[in-house]
Design a protein around this ligand. Structure first.
Ligand code: AMP
Length: 211
């Protein structure tokens, strides 16, 4: 089954995707991760995306859609789209792409977390620069300050998790991504899970939707 995981920044889409990769052998397509790696590798794509990301704005649809098209080519495993689509135009483009490629998106699962909770999650989030492991200052601190438990890499705050940028990201979510609920309801593909629980409970709900 191919799914879309969508929700506000900080809703836990990345965490749930990691569990699905590990336990269901699914393939994750995270547009945010793809952009971050393009920036790290100083590619043309990274240069195009960087300024938007630093400001907390959405990268233009044409850039994102082109990137997703490339990743979807030849994809054999069941996949999770994490952070894509983020606008109705992207959702429409995805429909066109998937029908051209003979791929089916089975469900669009919305992970719901209240805004007050999101603010705390995002401002306390820390990530390993080396392996991408995700921590939280209060909920999941590293054993040694700023050192990744998994690989010993440096643990830092994502530039777009700074408080000044978080509001812009949440507004972009409200303005552009939230309308996707209606879009997928109309297609009969919309499902919602309560994301304001322990990650294992959220995973249980998502897993039930896969079966
Ligand atoms: P994320 O890691 O999913 O929170 O994404 C980080 C940033 O990457 C976002 O704030 C956007 O600037 C950019 N981005 C990721 N996915 C998309 C997308 N589907 N459309 C536009 N911008 C995106």
């Amino acid at each position: 089954m191919n799914i879309i995981l969508f929700g506000a920044p900080g809703a836990g889409k990345g965490t749930q995707s990691s569990l699905l990769i590990e336990r269901k052998n699914m393939f994750q397509i995270s547009t945010g991760d793809l952009f971050r790696s393009a920036i790290k590798n100083k590619t043309e794509l990274g240069k195009k995306a960087q300024d938007y990301m630093v400001r907390g704005e959405l990268v233009p649809d044409s850039i994102v859609i082109g990137m997703v098209e490339e990743v979807l080519q030849g994809q054999k495993k069941d996949f999770i789209l994490d952070g894509f689509p983020r606008t109705v135009a992207q959702a429409e483009a995805l429909d066109t792409l998937t029908s051209k490629m003979n791929i089916k998106i089975d469900k669009a699962i919305f992970v719901h977390v209240p805004k007050t909770e999101l603010l705390g999650r995002l401002s306390g989030r820390r990530v390993c620069k080396n392996c991408g492991a995700v921590y939280h200052l209060k909920a999941k601190p590293t054993r040694k300050p700023d050192v990744c438990d998994a690989c010993g890499g440096e643990v830092v705050q994502r530039p777009d998790d700074h408080e000044s940028v978080i509001e812009t990201r949440l507004k972009a979510y409200e303005d552009y991504t939230s309308p996707l609920k209606e879009y997928y309801k109309k297609l009969g593909k919309y499902f919602e899970v309560d994301g304001n629980q322990a990650s294992e409970s959220v995973y249980g709900k998502i897993e039930a939707l896969l079966n």
